[in-house]
Design a protein around this ligand. Structure first.
Ligand code: ATP
Length: 254
């Protein structure tokens, strides 16, 4: 079943058509890759899915519900989490607190209830700590929970961003260039982590990535964008052998 459907989505910035009549269906529990040259519209697509932009045209359906015009925080609460191309952590907060902050879209207690220390609120807080620690274990950062985020290596910061996005308990997780700046070893670990997250949490992952080895290895399906248009979609093998994709993006010898 499709968890996410984009129907004829277009996005214009002034005279520039950053996305042009895009149709896309992402099936539940797939790892779905989005690739294409710089400026193809990949991040714009993520910004539309997460409600940062309202598309100029078209409809967006998540789990059967139309998302258009919902503000970003409501879309997040419906179960769409994301990481960003440029890491956006709270540098002066601990690793653990960065994840706890991420869960605040799904907790029920208000600030005042928190101040009063009501039993239900204390129970919820304990749960938030336990969940955050579990996520840190999942991404292999449990031994660093009291470190400042700024003291982590680049690869660790990227993994912390994933843990924070997971704190919202998303059904759909969007990863914007998760391997950017990572060395070969870190990329190997990341591939394992992405598969593990999908398998353990039964969620759907869409990732934008320039690293073709990673994309071809972990994605079940891939869509290719160029100048705002989806120019191809298929399995990694179909994409590797697609003439148009080779010509406009992959080049020879992939
Ligand atoms: N807020 C904006 N205002 C004006 N133009 C924008 C805006 N956001 C994106 N664009 C333009 O839309 C086009 C698509 O940009 P986008 O960032 O989505 O590409 P991308 O495929 O993610 O590229 P990259 O791989 O470099 O991250 C580009 O020409 C970009 O300059």
């Amino acid at each position: 079943m499709a968890i996410l459907e984009l129907k004829n989505i277009s996005q214009e910035f002034g005279g520039l058509r950053a996305l042009d009549s895009v149709n896309l269906q992402v099936q539940e529990q797939d790892i779905f890759g989005i690739i294409g040259p710089n400026g193809a519209g990949k991040t714009t697509l993520f910004n539309i899915i997460t409600g940062i932009y309202v598309p100029t045209e078209g409809n967006l359906v998540f789990k059967g519900q139309q998302l258009n015009k919902l503000p970003a925080y409501k879309i997040a609460r419906l179960g769409i989490g994301r990481t960003f191309q440029n890491i956006r952590l709270f540098n002066k907060l601990s690793v653990l607190d960065n994840v706890r902050v991420g869960s605040h879209g799904v907790t029920r207690s208000t600030f005042i209830e928190g101040m009063l220390g009501l039993p239900a609120t204390r129970r919820e807080e304990r749960q938030v700590f336990a969940d955050a620690r579990q996520l840190l274990e999942l991404v292999g950062l449990d031994h660093k929970e009291m470190e400042y985020a700024e003291n982590l290596s680049y690869g660790e910061q990227r993994r912390l961003e994933i843990a924070r996005a997971m704190a919202l308990k998303p059904a759909l997780l969007l990863l914007d260039e998760p391997a950017a700046g990572m060395n070969a070893g870190e990329k190997e670990d990341l591939m394992k982590l992405i598969r593990l997250i999908r398998d353990e949490n039964k969620l759907t992952i869409i990732l934008v990535e320039h690293d073709m080895n990673l994309v071809m290895n972990i994605c079940e399906r891939i869509a290719v964008f160029d100048y705002g248009k989806k120019i191809a979609e298929g399995t990694p093998n179909e994409i590797k052998n697609n003439e148009r994709v080779i010509e406009s993006y992959l080049g020879v010898g992939v």
